[in-house]
Design a protein around this ligand. Sequence first.
Ligand code: IPE
Ligand code: IPE
Ligand code: MG
Length: 235
Amino acid sequence: MNVPNHIAIILDGNGRWAKAKGMPRSYGHVKGCANLERICDDMKELGVKYLTVFAFSTENWKRSKEEVDGLMKLFRGYLEKCLKIADKNHMRVKVLGDASAFDQDIQDRIKILEEYSGKYNELHMQIALNYGSRDEIVRGVRKLAEDVEKGTLKPEEISEHTFENYLDTAGIPDPDLLIRTSGELRLSNFLLWQLAYTEFYFTDVAWPDFDRDELIKAIEQYNKRDRRYGGVKEE
Ligand code: IPE
Ligand code: IPE
Ligand code: MG
């Protein structure tokens, strides 16, 4: 089995999963968060080098205050616990998105986790928090325009490669496989630039139920794909 170098996952379906069990949406988020802890072990064991997960979008602030508050509480706990997960899996953690919208203590936890785990490089985990691809591109363009204004970058030096350095994912290879759980067939503003040549895998399984067997199924499907990058298939 050829294991993708970089897997990205849209962790979806926590709310519906809980509702189907007669439980509040927050229960689904707790179980989804536990599954995120677990899947890092699978990624490490299978030899995946990069894992990027979509955990909170720039649009998710539209949810009820109760749900958003519950998610913030969960992030606080997770970001702290993640120090141990980083140790266990020799995992470097980076948060993608605009962290400035979070309370200061959450921003501090992100900084501590990123700095602490910077010594590892076996598994690279990116967590997208208050992330939206359009927002990322606009923030990147703004930084780039500032550099042009300062004179440190010339317009003719702007290429796909230089532009990528202004994205939150600078230095991280593009995903090979994107997984979205729970049946929705859309990107919901996730990694629009980076997924240009990524293989997509959609499953009806809700995120809290997405286990190692489901991950292997997704990788097996990926192995059947014929990746061409615009070329022709070699016979
Ligand atoms: C994904 O589950 C987690 C977040 C977006 C924070 P959802 O909360 O979107 O669950 P559904 O899609 O409503 O079932
Ligand atoms: C996408 O899921 C964002 C995350 C998984 C964090 P949503 O559940 O928010 O997406 P939509 O609203 O169904 O498109
Ligand atoms: Mg959803």
